[in-house]
Design a protein around this ligand. Structure first.
Ligand code: FAD
Length: 492
């Protein structure tokens, strides 16, 4: 299997969007847009599919989440049994079709006091039961001393017991790219930095105003069907935007496991192994977001809240400070009385009076099932995504892939073809430019890789290297570095 994009792909696809009439035009290159594009392209190779993304692919919520493919233990508390069951089954499917990007992860739940022991203990039995024969691993109760053996840094006061259970970790930004690659290989025209504006319907087809954001050029694209997968940007009525933020810290845990901590408000805070194992990702918050979807950043209150939990859980972390942060928005379905934490993660797929198909709500974990449902509204052919390996990554094919390039799966051999002054880093940089439609420094730092979050101190050096590769002048390079630093910065 070859890389789906070359450096000419964006230009070629832009020309196609301008000159061809599409069966379907998908707006939004997050996981839902990418998932529907792949589903339709695999079902029906004759269908003409276009997809436009206003910034870089996965630069919205899909690349800035908790990076978990999970059943969602906490939704059991709201008795969202159907959602948890579906998520657990999708978890098993994604593990099978994308073993290079979805990895089993062990979680430790420390229990403080006696009530949680009973409460979460029974929840974990149900969690395992709902996964049925497709569980990742069964949960197990731990005594206080077993918990401290596993995680000696945990706060000891009030610790009564613990439990371990299993979910999965994913590189959520790269996973979106791989869905788009498969769709492109099957013939879809996929373009980043292309914003959809107004649309009108003429003679049974939509005419959509598109702007190539890089050149400023505007043109019209014709499509018989429009799918709105713009997530938090959707103008469809009935969405509630809830901000969730994460901080990245020097590693807090002593092993390769994550921590799931239930705080008093009913929120679950994860401490997740991150980077090369030298960092921890901590999140998330739940705050109603009243500003525009373009204006999302972590607040000082959110950082203080997350750090207060870190300090409480790991008393020896008093000198540890976050190195970076990110925030994104959940586009949840409105329910008037619920708190942000309790608002349901159920999804909805519906057609607006003008005939546009909207896909919203839900979780990253359930994107494949949501995509199947949305694509099923447009094609009666059989869905193939349940069993088709993402990017051709079967376990046999992966046996050839070196560990340091595992997340590239079978494309690793193309990454290795590139070289440069900084070894593997230069190779990944070149591959991102040549085959991942990287146009700007943040595309490389926060989507192709998470270098920007993991090593923000290296942003200037990577920016200089990318600038040399793309022949940017000094001003452009300096501006890209400034912008990238702002994206992952902590609030004043
Ligand atoms: C903090 C947080 C943590 C989460 N953690 C998890 C988790 O661990 N596991 C899990 O299963 N789920 C998680 N979720 C939920 C999950 O990430 C989202 O449900 C999912 O990513 C939504 O994907 P999407 O494609 O609908 O939206 P997005 O990823 O936001 O994609 C929408 C895209 O549309 C583009 N767009 C908008 N307007 C236009 C336009 N006019 N023209 C062209 N393009 C446009 C945007 O730029 C954007 O890229 C989390 C959510 C949040 C907020």
């Amino acid at each position: 299997l070859k890389p789906a994009f070359t450096r000419n792909s964006r230009r070629e696809c832009l020309a196609r969007l301008q000159h061809e009439t599409f069966d379907v035009l998908i707006l939004g290159g997050g996981i839902n847009g990418a998932g529907v594009a792949r589903d339709l392209a695999l079902r029906d190779p004759a269908m003409k599919i276009g997809l436009v993304e206003q910034r870089h692919f996965s630069s919205g919520t899909s690349g800035k989440n908790s990076q978990l493919i999970h059943g969602g233990l906490r939704y059991l508390k709201n008795l969202e049994i159907g959602l948890v069951r579906e998520s657990l089954h999708e978890r098993a499917t994604l593990l099978e079709i994308a073993p290079h990007l979805v990895k089993p992860l062990r979680f430790l739940i420390p229990m403080y006091g006696w009530f949680p022991r009973f409460y979460y203990g029974s929840g974990l039995y149900l969690y395992d039961a709902l996964a049925g024969g497709r569980n990742v691993g069964s949960h197990r109760g731990l005594s206080r001393s077993e918990a401290l053996d596993l995680e000696p840094g945990l706060a000891r006061e009030g610790l009564t017991s613990a439990a371990v259970f299993y979910d999965c970790l994913i590189h959520s930004a790269r996973f979106v790219l791989e869905n788009l690659f498969d769709a492109a290989r099957a013939g879809a025209a996929i373009v980043n930095y292309c914003r959809a504006g107004e649309h009108k319907r003429l003679n049974g087809a939509y005419e959509v105003d598109l702007t190539d954001v890089l050149s400023g050029r505007r043109f019209v694209c014709r499509a018989r069907k429009l799918i709105d997968a713009t997530g938090p940007w959707s103008r469809a009525a009935g969405l509630r935007l809830v901000r969730g933020s994460h901080v990245i810290l020097p590693r807090l845990t002593s092993g390769g496991h994550a921590i799931a901590y239930f705080e008093e408000g009913g929120r679950i805070i994860f401490v997740i192994p991150w980077g090369n194992g030298d960092l921890s990702l901590v999140g998330t918050t739940d705050v109603d977001h009243d500003a525009s979807a373009d204006d999302v950043s972590v607040s000082r209150t959110e950082v203080d809240y997350l750090m207060s939990i870190v300090r409480r859980l790991f008393p020896q972390s008093s000198g540890v400070e976050p190195v970076s942060a990110y925030s994104s928005l959940r586009p949840l379905l409105k329910s008037t009385d619920a708190s942000p934490t309790k608002t349901s993660r159920e999804h909805r797929i519906w057609e607006s009076p003008g005939g546009v198909l909207h896909i919203a709500g839900g979780k990253y974990t359930t994107y494949r099932a949501m995509s199947e449902e949305a694509a099923g509204r447009l094609s009666t052919r059989a869905c193939l995504t349940r069993h088709t390996p993402l990017g051709g990554n079967t376990p046999e094919a992966l046996a050839e892939v070196p560990a340091e390039l595992e997340e590239y799966g079978v494309l690793a051999k193309y990454v290795r073809q590139y070289s440069g002054e900084n070894g593997l880093r230069s190779a990944k940089l070149a591959f991102a430019v040549e085959h991942e439609m990287v146009e700007c420094l943040p595309d490389l730092l926060f989507i192709s890789t998470y270098w920007g979050y993991e090593t923000p101190q290296c942003i200037p050096a990577i920016g200089e290297e990318l600038g040399r590769y793309l022949n940017w002048d000094r001003d452009r390079t300096a501006e890209e570095i400034r912008l990238s630093r702002r994206i992952c910065a902590l609030p004043e």
